[in-house]
Write a protein that binds this ligand. Structure first.
Ligand SMILES: *Cc1c(COP(=O)(O)O)cnc(C)c1O
Length: 400
């Protein structure tokens, strides 16, 4: 238990990762999609959205996420190397990527085009094994995936490879463009196209284990999009896909990451003192300044200069970043309050102890909370709380 253990690695700053909250989020998501009969794929790409890929993956599995998903094959292979087994899919392949290792590791490998099918069948032949392949349809996102016009050719080629024993088509899947905007006309349009593309593949003889299209937003708000599997990423980490959709608590979710630092310096300065690069902030009176030893190299957005909120000490009003965020540090105006060096400054957390949330930082920086958590840098140690699932009250009673 590393909880309150302040060794020298954690003094400057730390990101506490509440794995108990992550497990509870996965259980909440499972319960939410259970009426559809859907399973959960916890998405742990980008180092588990900044929370740490392996601990996030293990916690998600412990809470009953049957599937895990990553973007790159390298991420998925790193999970296998860490001993994570079971259904694991990755979807962002580039020519020359390690399909051979993917076949050996029994990954579900996404294929959007003929070039990818050629590479995966080549790897399967070389290994003398059958590769697990999921065909991705572009139902309207306009990003990765196979266009409807090219789908019959891709499906035909995949079925030929399946006949030859090179691949097994285990899944048919797609991804939404605007699932976080309920009622957006593209949602129904994409669902229609997905139904058509799945129907075509199944008519031709594909018999998939799973069909899936739902990200967090769709998992939370669109039962018609649940199919056999949902792929929540951000919701797994307790963050709402968009503030318009609702707050985390509205969905029974709780933010997993708390980012804090210890004030490195507190000092008295006179009225009219410029603060940080460019002097974009001047003290309006004699005051105290607190130095927070985190900067844009740690993922604190420079765009939040002058705005980002911080809770210093035990409570009271949020302080704002005074002046520019620098590479390694920023300053808050403590308004003359006598605060001791070493006092804890919380940048964001679940929000129920008076602290700001990642959503508040996203608003301050003109971005989304996804970008806030995923960009927290490698220099910030992750401290894992509640690693032991036996602590979860009622965990054993979950049946969904
Ligand atoms: C990142 C990603 C997800 C998860 O999206 P969230 O909005 O974080 O739930 C699901 N599917 C694909 C293809 C992704 O790239």
């Amino acid at each position: 238990m590393t909880g309150n253990h302040q060794n020298s690695r954690h003094v400057r700053a730390r990101a506490e990762i509440d794995l108990g909250a992550l497990r509870a989020n996965v259980r909440a998501l499972r319960a939410r999609v259970a009426p559809s009969g859907a399973q959960v794929m916890a998405v742990v790409k980008s180092d588990g959205y900044g929370h740490g890929m392996v601990p996030a993956a293990r916690a998600a599995r412990a809470a009953g996420a049957r599937w895990l998903g990553t973007a790159t094959p390298h991420e998925a292979l790193a999970l296998r190397a860490a001993g994570v087994d079971g259904p694991l899919m990755c979807w962002l392949w580039t020519p020359g990527d390690p399909w051979d290792a993917g076949v050996e590791a029994d990954l579900d490998m996404s294929v959007s085009a003929l070039w990818a099918l050629r590479e995966v069948t080549g790897a399967a032949r070389a290994a003398g094994r059958t590769a697990r392949v999921q065909l991705k349809a572009d139902t309207g996102l306009g990003r990765n995936g196979c266009q409807p016009a090219d789908w019959p050719e891709l499906v035909g080629a995949a079925l030929a490879a399946q006949e030859a024993g090179e691949v097994r088509v285990t899944g048919l899947w797609s991804h939404f463009a605007c699932a976080d905007e309920p009622g957006h006309p593209s949602i129904a349009a994409q669902l229609d196209v997905f139904h058509e593309m799945v129907a075509h593949a199944e008519k031709e003889g594909v018999d998939p284990e799973v069909r899936h299209i739902a990200n967090s937003a769709a998992a939370l708000t669109l039962p018609d999009a649940h199919f056999d599997l949902v792929r929540p990423g951000i919701a797994t980490y307790g963050i709402s896909p968009s503030p318009e959709l609702g707050r985390p608590a509205d969905f029974g979710l709780r933010p997993v990451m708390t980012l804090s630092a210890s004030l490195a310096l507190v000092k008295q300065v006179p009225e009219g003192h410029g603060v940080s690069y460019g002097h974009t902030y001047h003290t309006s009176r004699e005051t105290t300044l607190g130095l927070v030893p985190l900067g844009y190299a740690d993922g604190i957005p420079r765009h939040a200069s002058g705005r980002g909120p911080v809770l210093v000490g035990e409570g009271g009003a949020w302080r704002r970043v005074a002046g520019r965020v620098a590479m390694d540090q920023f300053v808050v105006d403590l308004g003359g309050e006598p605060v001791a060096e070493g006092t804890r400054a919380v940048l964001f957390g679940p929000g129920d102890r008076g602290e700001p949330t990642a959503e508040d930082w996203a608003e301050a920086a003109g971005t989304i909370a996804y970008e806030i958590v995923t960009r927290i840098g490698a220099r910030v140690p992750r401290v894992y709380l509640h690693e032991d699932e036996d602590e979860d009250a009622g965990a054993g009673q979950e049946s969904a």
